[in-house]
Ligand binder design. Structure first.
Ligand code: PBG
Length: 426
């Protein structure tokens, strides 16, 4: 039994083998990172690895080789039991009788192997969906408030980015277009132009990478001259049913281009059922719907709106996105979206709304998605630039906590950076 592995030195190439005997026990999923004493390796497929190699240098041993140990044991000489004297604390440590405790939870945290054995939550690149901003231009233009993120040229930069993400195990992407002002109208009709930026980009991506999963955003804001997710009436009211009509056309157009999952992020009432019916009527029964179920009217979307130049021209989004103070209301949306045929329920933002992620997880058997939004990303990046936090550790911890709260998938601008860490290829 041997496994193909790749190391952090060679991107993805097969550079070595783990032979039978050097491994036991653990089942690992594709691309899961493993720590070895000398190198970090990424295992493709399933493999089994011995845990005891890690950190063994610090353990007290007899210093004998395996053969010498065996010979000594055969000769009846066994290692002495570990000394009962405890290592002492620093001078001044109080001398006290031990507490009489039946339970000492620290016992289960005492070594790396035990901690790893009892770890309840695991992250994998398979859990990430990478949001990508696209535009008509040839160049990739940096987004000021989102260091490391770019508006990607759909013909080149987009392809490159997907290529690099796939190299670290990310296969899911969600597209957000920056639409030129000239194409924006009060009814957002560019949203269902079969030759628009999003459908064109989907077709190109599917042609290059047929097996990736493409999520699309269903909402009018990038296409609407008012910057709202729906059609704005003359008195400022966002029209619900008329907007849903447009969203259905948008979703069908995206499905026609090859989208795998359409994701209504608009928060209009009844849009999930309407989109389901529209998709099915056109034969797209297998296209999934990920509905933004509990999407809050959040200030954390600021950098995103800068990226797409999609700030509402007036007012705010509070008549359709949820009040950040509300919890029970998320259940109403959950029951509604699930009953209307949603395949995945999404909570947004993520980290400040972990209670809502848990609420949905406990109240629906559907997969739950959480969106770590632009403002969450920007805060971590800013804190790191100012040297106030450790970027990598905070990034990984925030993602782990979102998963722990009950998210199956996480939409995050950190997807590629975090996957690099998980693969040991930073
Ligand atoms: C719009 C949409 C928004 C985001 C995703 N889709 C912004 C908004 O509702 O104003 C925000 C994502 C982010 O901040 O990262 N339909």
């Amino acid at each position: 039994m041997a496994f193909a592995v790749s190391t952090s030195i060679g991107h993805g190439g097969v550079v070595g083998k783990i032979e039978e005997g050097s491994c036991v026990g653990l089942r690992l999923s594709t691309s899961q990172r493993l720590s070895f004493p000398l190198c970090r390796i990424r295992v493709r497929g399933q493999a089994v690895i011995r845990a005891s190699d890690e950190g063994s240098a610090s353990l007290r041993t007899s210093g004998l080789s395996n053969e010498e140990c065996e010979a000594a044991a055969v000769a009846g000489k066994f290692p002495a039991p570990p000394p009962f004297v405890r290592p002492s604390g620093p001078q001044g440590t109080p001398k006290i009788a031990p507490l009489d405790l039946l339970k000492r939870p620290r016992r289960n945290r005492k070594s790396p192997a035990l901690r790893e054995a009892f770890q309840e939550t695991h992250l994998s690149p398979a859990n990430f969906v990478l949001p990508l901003f696209i535009h008509e231009g040839e160049e990739d233009t940096p987004i000021g408030a989102m260091p490391g993120c770019f508006r990607l040229g759909w013909k080149h930069g987009l392809i490159d980015e997907v290529y690099k993400a796939r190299d670290v195990g990310i296969n899911s992407f969600v597209l957000f277009p920056k639409i030129p002002d000239a194409l924006k109208t009060p009814t957002g009709d560019e949203a269902y132009n079969d030759n628009g930026l999003v459908p064109r980009s989907i077709r190109l991506l599917k042609d290059k990478f047929p097996d990736i999963v493409i999520y699309t955003d269903v909402a009018l804001d990038p296409y609407n001259s008012d910057g709202h997710d729906g059609i704005v009436r003359e008195d400022g009211v966002i029209m619900n049913d008329e907007t849903v009509h447009q969203l259905c056309k948008q979703a069908v157009s995206q499905a026609r281009a090859g989208a795998d999952v359409v994701s209504p992020s608009d928060m209009m009432d009844g849009r999930v059922a309407a989109i389901r019916t529209a998709l099915d009527a056109e034969g797209f029964n297998d296209v999934s719907i990920m509905s933004y179920t509990a999407k809050y009217a959040s200030a954390f979307y600021g950098p995103f709106r800068e990226a797409l130049d999609s700030n509402p021209r007036f007012g705010d989004k509070k008549t359709y996105q949820m009040n950040p103070a509300n919890y029970r209301e998320a259940l109403i949306e959950t029951h509604e979206d699930a009953a209307e045929g949603s395949d995945i329920l999404l909570v947004k933002p993520a980290l400040p709304y972990l209670d809502v992620v848990r609420l949905l997880r406990d109240n629906s058997p559907l997969p739950i998605a959480a969106y770590q939004v632009s403002g969450e990303y920007a805060m971590i990046k800013a804190g790191a630039v100012l040297k106030m936090i450790d970027e990598e550790k905070v990034m990984m911890e925030s993602l782990m906590c979102i998963k722990r709260a009950g998210a199956d998938i996480i939409l995050t601008y950190f997807a590629r950076q975090a996957a690099n860490v998980l693969c040991g290829m930073k």
